[in-house]
Design a binder for this molecule. Structure first.
Ligand SMILES: O=C(O)C[C@@H](O)[C@H](O)C(=O)CO
Length: 271
């Protein structure tokens, strides 16, 4: 069984923790990640110590409060495959938060270490930067929820990526596992995957230069892949569309990746 692939729990209660990746149960030091399902009226609450969070209304509608401000009726879609941006809330360390389901909702809670308290921020769907990346069989649509160009967080980076049927993303393979700016930044990463239709699958390989990590995983709807280090390309079979939500964090809040030199030629040949 892969150490990097996590299967979802079944939503059987009013509040179900579908995924819970922590620094205790994984090899990660900077990124923690939860997926929570809520029925209408169900609540999930937490006290944040030295952590900041970005709460993403993946599907359905939710209310979010940090006990000072309350944001109501967040969320814009029933399925991620409507391919429109959704609402999120950033909350800094040493605060508490509560999420309430307004409709049946799936919520991603993205965590990273934080010491410097920053203002809570509503990240409205309408404010999210949309990017079309890639050509030929490398086409994807990116929603930049919390990119490094937005100074609202101390270490968290959050992005949604849709990869078209028969295409590749995070490709040519790139990594960000060395704290060596301006050439490369050290960022751990998690991938929360969905597929359309649901019976679909994608392949994700996670590998380092020395192959001390080298795993190729069959990833299904609702799975999480953990990327402690290394290159992490995703291949999507014909007939299926891929969605993933990435959380990244590390010592410096800069996304500076390094392409695998063996495969970088692909990028150059398509310019
Ligand atoms: O552009 C893409 O294909 C998405 C990836 O960059 C993804 O967000 C990632 O790998 C971040 O390191």
């Amino acid at each position: 069984m892969s150490k990097l692939l996590r299967k979802p729990n079944k939503a059987e209660q009013e509040l179900t923790v579908i995924h819970n990746v922590t620094t205790e149960n994984s090899s990660l030091e900077y990124v923690e990640f939860k997926v929570v399902d809520l029925t209408p009226g169900a609540k999930y609450a937490e006290e944040l110590d030295e952590k900041e969070v970005c709460i993403v209304a993946v599907t359905g509608r939710i209310n979010v409060t940090d006990q000072e401000q309350t944001f109501r009726n967040l969320g814009t879609r029933e399925s991620v495959f409507e391919q429109k941006p959704t609402d999120s809330v950033y909350i800094s360390n040493n605060r508490s938060f509560e999420i309430e389901g307004v409709s049946k909702a799936r919520v991603a809670i993205c965590y990273s270490p934080s010491e410097n308290q920053l203002p809570t921020k509503l990240i409205k769907a309408s404010d999210i930067g949309i990017e079309h990346r890639g050509v030929q069989n490398n086409k994807r649509l990116v929603h930049n929820i919390l990119p490094d160009s937005d100074p609202s967080a101390n270490s968290l980076l959050v992005v949604e990526v849709f990869t078209e049927s028969g295409n590749w993303s995070s490709y040519p393979p790139h990594k960000h596992d060395q704290d060596n700016l301006p050439y490369e930044s050290f960022l751990e990463e998690t991938y929360y995957h969905e597929m359309n239709p649901k019976q679909g699958f994608v392949f994700q390989r996670v590998y380092t230069d020395d192959r001390s990590i080298d795993e190729t995983m069959t990833v299904e709807h609702g799975d999480v892949v953990i990327v402690p280090a290394g290159y992490h390309p995703v291949g999507v079979p014909d007939g299926y569309v891929s969605y993933y939500l990435n959380v990244m964090a590390g010592p410096k809040r800069t996304w500076k990746f390094h392409n695998d030199p063996d495969h970088e030629w692909i990028l150059k040949s398509r310019q």
